[in-house]
Ligand binder design. Structure first.
Ligand code: TRP
Ligand code: SF4
Length: 326
């Protein structure tokens, strides 16, 4: 039997190149060697922004269209919405009982968010417990491997600690350790050099039109020291160059040469890149348009996914209840 992969994304808006390079490529690839379960983590989105819940459902549907367009295959993989499988909440409750407050309060991801997020109210009981629901997601399906970004590693560590504590407390052998799978590609910066994120308005979205892509690439910040065409550039500090590395690896060396030797100006360099990114996204964009034309497809995928996910979740919960409540 193939080992299980589980991962999730919060539905918070359109997916962008950062999601593609940082997660989706990995997700697609893993379908070859694992039996994969991909979850629209709508309850996690709610925990992070309970007051603005109105878009979560639409964003979830949009996100699944992006997933399918990128090559997540609903026949091979289970694609489902977290809130269609209530067992996630039930397992979260069992796990909450044995999770010490200190583990959650010491979580570096939580501490960073408490310092940095000021635009939404995350001073809540649910937000502190965010990693416990994430542990429930993973453990419900007894996943062996979890593709995630680096910021999520502390949550995976908590998942292991929680599952071990569960097994010891109830003298059960229900859960095993899971390992994280990080993407091989380095993080793709946004158009302004900061992390690519919707909240910074510096993204190229998977559904952007060629004109939008061209306009966005034109506005990208390059090597700040290269003011004139004759100034030699420094590709390693240039955003445009990191996009070359990610999307046009065959041209990385040539780009370095024309930049450092001041053979081409940034305007030309960007134009070439924009064309490459447009071509790169073309098949995804075309598939996306087809999928969006028939919303029934998405509903059917999610219905089937929920049924398949639930069959696994129900079986795990039977074991859990038996171990705890006897
Ligand atoms: N917390 C993850 C994120 O924000 C999303 C997520 C929810 C997840 N449940 C998960 C990731 C389970 C991996 C496994 O990126
Ligand atoms: Fe960046 Fe290209 Fe300009 Fe060099 S030529 S600084 S790589 S945009």
């Amino acid at each position: 039997m193939m080992k299980a992969v589980f991962s999730g994304m919060r539905p918070t808006g359109k997916l962008h190149l950062g999601h593609l390079v940082g997660a989706l490529h990995n997700w697609v690839r893993l379908q070859e060697t694992y039996s994969c379960i991909y979850c629209v983590a709508d309850w996690h989105a709610l925990m992070g922004d309970y007051a603005d819940s109105g878009n979560i459902r639409t964003y979830g549907r949009e996100m699944v269209m992006d997933w399918l367009a990128c090559g997540i295959d609903p026949k091979r993989s289970i694609i489902f919405v977290q809130s269609d499988v209530p067992e996630h909440l039930e397992l979260q409750m069992f796990l909450s009982c044995l999770t010490p407050l200190g583990w959650l309060e010491r979580n570096p991801t939580y501490k960073e968010q408490m310092r940095e997020i000021t635009t939404r109210d995350i001073q809540t009981y649910a937000f502190l417990g965010y990693p416990v629901l994430q542990a429930a997601d993973i453990l419900l399906y007894k996943a062996h491997a979890v593709p995630i970004g680096e910021d999520q590693l502390p949550h995976l560590e908590l998942t292991r600690e929680i599952s071990r504590r569960f097994n010891t407390t109830y003298k059960a052998e229900i859960f095993h350790d899971c390992e994280g799978i990080l993407t091989p590609t380095p993080r793709l910066p946004g158009l302004d050099g900061r992390k690519m994120s919707k909240s910074y308005g510096n993204t190229i979205n998977l559904s952007d039109s060629p004109d939008e892509i061209l306009a966005k690439v034109k506005n990208t910040i390059t090597d700040p020291q290269r003011l004139r065409l004759k100034d030699p550039g420094h590709p390693d500090v240039c955003n445009v160059f990191s996009y070359y590395k990610a999307f046009v690896p065959a041209q990385e060396a040539a780009t370095r040469v024309w930049c450092e030797a001041a053979e081409k100006g940034c305007t030309d360099c960007k134009k070439i890149l924009a064309d490459e990114v447009i071509e790169f996204l073309r098949p995804i964009r075309e598939r996306r348009v087809k999928i969006a034309a028939d919303p029934g497809v998405i509903e059917a995928v999610l219905k089937d996914g929920a049924a398949r996910a639930r069959a696994i979740a129900v079986a795990t919960m039977q074991e859990v209840r038996k171990a705890v409540l006897r």
